[in-house]
Design a protein around this ligand. Structure first.
Ligand code: IGP
Length: 262
């Protein structure tokens, strides 16, 4: 059984618990946030989705005792275009409480980073202040992905649709995803390779699609590589969680799209 299978099995249990709490409840967004899509498409520098990530199955503990609010505020001050909060408890040591706390502290678009398999998780994400949810192509059959995508849109949430290979990119196209995240990390083997963005992005080039390159970004050269492949944004967790100087790291990543005249 792959780690993704294990995570999805755990999610089935969580969904049962959530259903007991949320069924029939109309979620109200805590506050209106700017559109990730509009903001990233209109920007002249690389956009960063900065992630609050305490731990991961591939890296173990990253920064377990982080104060998510202080971390998120530091991200926002440093110029993050959006913030991602990992809410999975079992494998990433996050929580919905982390998400709510961050939601109250920052105004930028906010991603609930979790493994969505049911509408009730989308309700819970909205209830805790998220403006964006993640859908992982590898996690569900296409018909179910489409249902959850449409449900999120009906709730006025943005969707980051995550793909890892050409086949999943085709799924993203058929689902009609406007914001596509290309994950450089294989969720089954944990292998990270920026060439994934280069390969998969070539299938998704279309002027109105927003491409985000996810995972494994460490230095400015990494960001240059995915920029050349067409990414308008990057999703960064570990490097920012371990950064001694968040502002400095952010500045290194926020490279311009247009060449500066000499
Ligand atoms: O810590 P990194 O290598 O910068 O990666 C961040 C982010 O891309 C990663 O956390 C991630 C991408 N897709 C996911 C799906 C579920 C959980 C986590 C993820």
């Amino acid at each position: 059984m792959t780690i993704l299978d294990k995570i999805l099995q755990q999610k089935e249990l969580e969904v049962q618990e959530l259903k007991a709490i949320y069924s029939g409840l109309e979620a109200e967004p805590l506050k209106k946030r700017p559109s990730l899509y509009d903001q990233f498409m209109g920007s002249s520098n690389m956009n960063v989705i900065a992630e609050v990530k305490r731990a991961s199955p591939s890296k173990g503990m990253i920064n377990q005792d982080v104060d998510p609010v202080a971390q998120a505020k530091a991200y926002a001050t440093a110029g993050a275009g959006a913030i991602s909060v990992l809410t999975d408890r079992t494998f990433f040591k996050g929580s919905m409480a982390d998400l709510s706390a961050v939601a109250q502290a920052v105004e930028v678009p906010l991603l609930c980073k979790d493994f969505m398999i049911d509408e009730v998780q989308i309700d819970a994400a909205k209830e805790h202040g998220a403006s964006i949810i993640l859908l992982i192509a590898a996690a569900l059959p296409e018909a179910r992905l489409k249902e959850l995508y449409d449900y999120a849109e009906s709730q006025e949430l943005d969707v980051l649709f995550e793909v890892h290979n050409e086949e999943e990119a085709e799924t993203a196209l058929r689902v009609g995803a406007k914001i596509v995240g290309i994950n450089n990390r294989n969720l089954k083997t944990f292998e990270v390779d920026l060439a994934v963005t280069e390969r998969v992005a070539s299938l998704l080039q279309q002027t109105d699609r927003l491409l985000i390159s996810e995972s494994g970004m460490k230095i400015a050269e990494d960001v240059e590589r995915v920029r050349e492949a067409g990414a308008k944004g990057i999703l960064v967790g570990e490097t920012l969680m371990r950064a001694e100087d968040i502002q400095q790291t952010m500045n290194n990543f926020r490279i311009p799209f247009t060449k500066v005249a000499k």
